[in-house]
Design a binder for this molecule. Structure first.
Ligand SMILES: Cc1cc2nc3c(=O)[nH]c(=O)nc-3n(C[C@H](O)[C@H](O)[C@H](O)COP(=O)(O)O)c2cc1C
Ligand code: SF4
Length: 445
C-alpha cells in the first residue's frame, strides 16, 4: 500500500496564515513573487511555462483528472486578432464537493496568480470565473481580491510593466448543476441555455464565442503558482505518483469532524476517516464510502481497507484479482473531486442511492434521450424499492437502463447517474432484494 507522510505535511493551498486573503499578507508570504518573475525576468516563454506545468502533472481537480499542462498544450498557435479565453470553473455543484469555496475564502490570490500565469502561458486575453449563484459571500470575497489585484497592477493593462494585459470577469451561475460541465458552462457564459455541446470540436478549437478556450477548475489553477514556488520535483513527489500534489479533501457524512482538509494525494481512506475526520460519529461502524463526489461508484467498508486516494488505487478497490483490467466507472471507484461521503451502519442504501438519483434526474438538461428518459426511469424504479413495491424483474431492468445510458450521451451526467446505481446494486444487492414485493415463485416440474 502507498504510504504518504501526511502527519508532517505543511499546508500550501490553505496554509495556516491569518488574513492571507488580504493582498498585503499574501505578498508577504511569497505571493505574486513568481508571477513577477514569469512576466519580467525574460526567462519564461509561454511554451516553457506550458511544458513546466505539463511536467508537474497537475491532474485536474474538477473531477476528470486530466493533466492541466497537457490540456494547455492543445491550444492552437496564437493568431493575430483572434482572442483566446480561460474559463475558470467554480460552479462546484457536485454533491459532497465543498473545496473551491475555501480557496475563495482563505487564499483567493493564489488562485488569481494561477489565472494570470495560465493566461500568460496560453497567450490569452481574458479570464471568466464561473461561480455557482448560491455562493453569494464567496463571490463577494473573490471580487474584493480581484479588485485588490487590479489596484496593485497584477491584473489589467500592462501587468507589472511587462506588456502583458489581462482582464478577469466574475460570472454568477443560477443554480443548475449542468452549468459545471465545461461546454454548458461556456453556453451559459454566452447567455444561452446551458445545453452541453457535442465534442469535437473541443474548446481549444471552438470555445467561448467560438474562440480558442481552456477550462480549468479553481483548485487546479491554485496549484499552478505552487509548482513554480516549490518546484516540479516537489509537486510530483508529493502524494501519489500517478496523481501527485497537494489536494483538498472534502469529508462529509457520518464522521465526527466533517470539513475540508488539505493533505497530499494518495492518503489512505481509513486515515482520512479515523484520524483526520475524527472517526465515525457516535462510534458507529463504517458501512460505505463514496470517495470522489456523488457521481463515482460507492464502496463497502471492506472494499476501502488499504485503498488510497489516487486513481490507480481506487480503480482496484473491491475488484477481485481475477479481473486484471477494471473499467473506470464500472469497476472499483474513482478520485473524482476527492469529496468523500462517509456512511455509517444505519444508512439505508436504497434510500441513499434513490436520493442521489433524484438529484441527477432533476439536473438532467433533457437534451439527449437516454439521459432525459433514463434518469427519470431510474428515479421511478428506485422509488418502487424505497416504497417496498418493486417487482422481481426491477433490479435487472434498472441495470439494463444503466447500460443504455452509459457512454451514449453528449455529456457525462448520464454516466454520473448510472455508475453509482450500478455500484450500489452490485455491492448492496441484498438490500435491494429485501424490498422486492413479489418474489419470483420457483416452478418445480
Ligand atoms: C455534469 C457535470 C458537472 C460538472 N461540474 C463541475 C464543477 O462544478 N466544477 C468543475 O470544476 N468541474 C465540473 N465538471 C467537470 C468539467 O466538465 C471539467 O472537466 C473541469 O472543469 C475541467 O477542469 P480541470 O481539468 O481543471 O479539472 C463537471 C462535469 C460534468 C459532466
Ligand atoms: S447527458 Fe443529460 S445532462 Fe448531459 S447533455 Fe445529455 S441530457 Fe443533458
Amino acid at each position: 500500500m502507498l504510504k504518504v507522510d501526511w502527519r508532517n505535511y505543511q499546508r500550501v493551498i490553505l496554509p495556516d496564515v491569518p488574513n492571507l486573503h488580504q493582498i498585503e499578507v499574501y505578498e508577504r508570504h511569497r505571493g505574486y513573487e513568481k508571477l513577477r518573475e514569469v512576466l519580467t525576468s525574460g526567462e519564461w516563454t509561454p511554451k516553457k511555462m506550458v511544458d513546466t506545468i505539463k511536467a508537474a502533472n497537475i491532474r485536474g481537480r474538477g473531477g476528470a483528472g486530466f493533466n492541466a499542462g497537457l490540456k494547455w498544450s492543445f491550444m492552437p498557435p496564437k493568431k493575430p486578432g483572434v482572442p483566446r479565453y480561460l474559463a475558470c470553473n467554480g460552479d462546484e455543484s457536485e454533491p459532497g464537493t465543498i473545496k473551491d469555496r475555501r480557496i475563495f475564502e482563505f487564499n483567493p490570490h493564489l488562485f488569481i496568480e494561477g489565472v494570470v500565469i495560465a493566461c500568460y502561458a496560453m497567450e490569452m486575453d481574458a479570464a471568466y470565473v464561473y461561480i455557482r449563484g448560491e455562493y453569494v459571500d464567496y463571490i463577494r470575497m473573490l471580487q474584493k481580491a480581484v479588485d485588490e489585484a487590479y489596484a496593485k497592477g497584477y491584473l489589467g493593462k500592462n501587468i507589472l510593466g511587462s506588456g502583458f494585459s489581462l482582464d478577469v470577469h466574475l460570472h454568477r451561475g443560477a443554480g443548475a448543476y449542468i452549468c459545471g460541465e465545461e461546454t454548458s458552462l461556456m453556453e451559459s457564459l454566452e447567455g444561452k441555455r446551458a445545453y452541453p455541446r457535442s465534442k469535437p470540436p473541443f474548446p481549444a478549437q471552438y470555445g467561448l464565442w467560438g474562440k480558442p478556450t481552456t477550462i480549468n477548475n479553481i483548485e487546479t489553477l491554485a496549484c499552478v503558482p505552487l509548482v513554480l514556488r516549490h518546484g516540479v520535483e516537489w509537486f510530483t513527489s508529493t502524494g501519489a505518483p500517478d496523481h501527485p500534489g497537494p489536494i483538498l479533501y472534502g469529508i462529509s457524512g457520518h464522521v465526527n469532524r466533517p470539513g475540508v482538509y488539505e493533505y497530499p494525494t494518495g492518503m489512505a481512506i481509513t486515515d482520512l476517516i479515523y484520524e483526520v475526520a475524527g472517526g465515525m460519529r457516535g462510534g458507529k461502524r463504517l458501512k460505505a464510502v463514496v470517495p470522489g463526489g456523488a457521481s463515482v461508484p460507492i464502496l463497502r467498508a471492506q472494499d476501502v481497507e488499504g485503498v488510497t486516494m489516487n486513481g490507480a488505487s481506487l480503480i482496484r478497490a473491491g475488484v477481485p484479482d481475477s479481473n486484471p483490467n477494471p473499467i473506470p466507472g464500472r469497476d472499483g471507484s474513482m478520485l473524482g473531486t476527492a469529496g468523500m461521503l462517509v456512511l455509517d451502519e444505519d444508512t439505508d442504501m436504497v434510500k441513499f442511492i434513490y436520493r442521489t438519483a433524484r438529484f441527477y434526474d432533476h439536473e438532467s438538461c433533457g437534451q439527449c434521450t437516454p439521459c432525459r428518459e433514463g434518469t427519470g426511469w431510474v428515479r421511478r424504479l428506485l422509488e418502487r424499492f424505497v416504497k417496498h413495491e418493486a417487482g422481481p424483474r426491477d433490479l435487472d431492468l434498472l441495470l439494463d437502463i444503466c447500460d443504455n445510458m452509459e457512454g451514449r450521451t453528449v455529456c457525462a451526467l448520464a454516466d454520473a447517474t448510472a455508475w453509482p446505481v450500478r455500484a450500489a446494486i452490485h455491492r448492496f444487492r441484498d438490500e435491494f432484494e429485501a424490498r422486492v414485493k413479489l418474489k419470483a415463485v420457483p416452478v418445480y416440474a
